[in-house]
Every structure is written in structure tokens, then in C-alpha cells.
Design a protein around this ligand. Structure first.
Ligand SMILES: [Zn+2]
Length: 346
């Protein structure tokens, strides 16, 4: 009897602590904080709007919000009908980020949308504002932290992650090291996850190592465009806790039958065999309304994963739980506002 009581007590304590953990966890959407368990199926790397004009030329004057709404809202309604309820917008500041537009789209589509803070250093620093060259990492982090605490500009809309970008195929430059250090400082203050446009193995591990030196856990880092890395290094990174973002699924608009479906199926299968599906995020890196093109130019839909990849995964033996893990559980954990410090360095 006593033992049964003890077991019951243990069960209650375990349940209570699980519930607390869930109750505490939240993500920051453009409409405010949301319990992470309510994000639902989420596309973790997409774009509503992109402006390639460059940091010195871009601004809200470059697009008409109503025109963007006309093009993008039906695309969000389309994924909503497929069961998607969460959407991570990865267009950074100076490259088409428009929190007010995202808020309107979220209101009208019912989809939870998350925007970002941070600067994007890829493409030869074309989207880096002038002040980033002479400010310190601490000063940049103060700007990004202020956006999280007080909202972006005067919009009162807060970012839900840090988006930076570094050169895809080499070690970090001084400027990109500064961006990453600023991201690390911002993470330690805010708990926002760091999503870095990366690509290959070398810059990925350079960043992971630097973050650890800065006292940030690999669990706070999303290796974005990890499809550009080697399988061996992806697995090594995932084992340290890094999120692996395989975000270029493009099945319907790549020449040749099946687009890059086999590539993604192979990577996902290898991650499953390695027991690492709980570190994987998948997305299309699709969209978008191009501010420099008449009518926004061509638009790639956000539907290939649901229309093609998930059915093919089921055929390959992926279970419903596997799909739920990748599409629902992992994004809610990855984007949860949570300080993830590297205890080994403390
Ligand atoms: Zn992207």
C-alpha cells in the first residue's frame, strides 16, 4: 500500500512537472506570445516578401501592402487548408521584413506568424546597414534586444527569433563573427533562438564553436540550409543539440520528375536511422512577393511538403508520430523563448 502510494505520488509529481514545462513554454508571434504547444504544424523557413534592393535603398516605400496581401493571402489560405497553423517568416531587416504586413496577414489567414531580429551577412553584406560596420557586438545586441523588449520600430510587434546570415562556404569573417557574437549576447538576454543562414560544414562548426565559447548551447542554434552540409557533419552537429534545418524542399518547380524529393527523403531517412529526427526541421524557403518585380514577380507555393513529401515519407515507412515530430513538435521547441546556456562553459 505504502509503495503504491509512493508510486502514485511520483506519477503526480512527474505529470505536474511535465504540465508546468508545457505551460511555461511560449513562442513570440507577430500577435504576441503564444503557448508553444498551440503553434501546431509549422513551416519553419519561408518568405512572404523579399526586397533585393540592398540595405541603403530598401524601405517600406518599396512595396504596397495591399498588393502584397492580394498575392500572399491566398497562398496562406492554401496551406491553412492543408493543416498548417504556424509560419516562420525568415526575411530579415533590410531584406523585406515588414512586421505590420505580417500582422495583417496573420489576422486575415488565422496563421501564427513569427518574424525576426538580426542582420543578414550573406551575399557580400549587401543587406547589412552602415551602422553595423562600426558598432560593437554589444551595441548591435542592444538594438536587437530592444526590438524584443519594446517592439520593432514603433509597431510594438516583437521578433520571435534571431536571423543572421554568414557566407556559406568558408570560415567566418570578422564582420560575421561580430554578428554571431551579437546573436549570442541577444540570446543570453532574451532566449530567442539563433537561426543563421549558413549552408556548408565549415561556417556551421565555426559558429557552433564560437557560440559555445560565448556560453550559448548548441540547442539555441538552427543550422539553416543544412542541406548544403555533409551528412556526416549534420549528424555530428545534431548530436550536440543543433537544430538541422533542411529547408529547400522544391518538388513541383525543379526541372525533372520529383524535383529534389529523393535528396530530402534520403537525408530524412538517414536522420531517422541515426535516431535524430527530434533535431530536424523541414521547409521550402519558398514564396515570395519580390518588391523589385512588377506584381511581385513569380511565386513558389508553400505546399510541396504536404502535397508530395509527406505522402512519400509515409510510403518510406515514416509514421504519423515521425511526421508530427518534424512538423509540429520540433518547431514549437526550436522557436520556444528559452535561454539555452552552455553549462560546460559556465
Ligand atoms: Zn530563406
Amino acid at each position: 500500500m505504502e509503495r503504491a502510494c509512493l508510486l502514485l505520488m511520483l506519477a503526480v509529481i512527474t505529470l505536474a512537472s511535465c504540465r508546468d514545462e508545457n505551460a511555461d513554454g511560449f513562442v513570440m508571434t507577430v500577435k504576441g506570445p503564444l503557448p508553444s504547444a498551440e503553434m501546431g504544424q509549422t513551416l519553419s523557413h519561408e518568405h512572404v516578401l523579399v526586397d533585393w534592393a540592398g540595405a541603403d535603398k530598401t524601405g517600406y516605400h518599396r512595396w504596397d501592402r495591399d498588393s502584397v496581401m492580394d498575392i500572399v493571402l491566398p497562398r496562406l489560405d492554401e496551406i491553412s487548408s492543408l493543416g498548417v497553423t504556424g509560419f516562420i517568416d525568415c526575411s530579415p531587416a533590410y531584406l523585406g521584413r515588414d512586421p505590420v504586413l505580417l500582422h495583417e496577414l496573420s489576422e486575415k489567414s488565422g496563421i501564427h506568424i513569427i518574424t525576426n531580429t538580426g542582420y543578414y551577412g550573406a551575399v557580400d553584406n549587401r543587406f547589412i546597414p552602415e551602422h553595423a560596420y562600426h558598432e560593437t557586438a554589444e551595441e548591435l545586441a542592444a538594438r536587437w534586444t530592444d526590438e524584443f523588449e519594446n517592439g520593432i520600430g514603433n509597431s510594438r510587434i516583437k521578433p520571435g527569433f534571431i536571423k543572421i546570415g554568414v557566407k556559406e562556404d568558408t570560415l567566418l569573417s570578422d564582420l560575421h563573427t561580430k554578428l554571431l557574437r551579437a546573436a549570442a549576447i541577444t540570446h543570453r538576454k532574451t532566449g530567442l533562438v539563433i537561426k543563421s543562414h549558413t549552408g556548408g560544414d565549415a561556417p556551421a562548426f565555426d559558429q557552433i564553436n564560437l557560440l559555445m565559447e560565448e556560453g550559448v548551447s548548441p540547442e539555441a542554434f538552427i543550422w539553416t540550409h543544412a542541406q548544403g552540409g555533409s551528412m556526416e557533419k549534420i549528424i555530428e552537429a545534431a548530436r550536440t543539440g543543433v537544430w538541422i534545418s533542411l529547408d529547400g524542399v522544391n518538388i513541383s518547380s525543379v526541372p525533372g520528375e520529383g524535383g529534389n524529393m529523393d535528396f530530402y527523403l534520403t537525408r530524412l531517412t538517414e536522420m531517422k536511422e541515426a535516431g535524430l529526427l527530434d533535431r530536424v526541421l523541414i521547409s521550402h524557403d519558398a514564396g515570395w512577393y519580390d518588391a523589385g518585380e512588377p506584381g511581385g514577380g513569380g511565386f513558389r507555393s508553400y505546399t510541396d511538403i504536404h502535397r508530395f513529401l509527406i505522402p512519400a515519407m509515409h510510403e518510406k515507412g515514416f509514421t504519423k508520430d515521425d511526421i508530427d515530430l518534424i512538423m509540429t513538435v520540433n518547431p514549437s521547441r526550436a522557436f520556444e523563448i528559452k535561454k539555452r546556456v552552455n553549462l560546460r562553459e559556465q
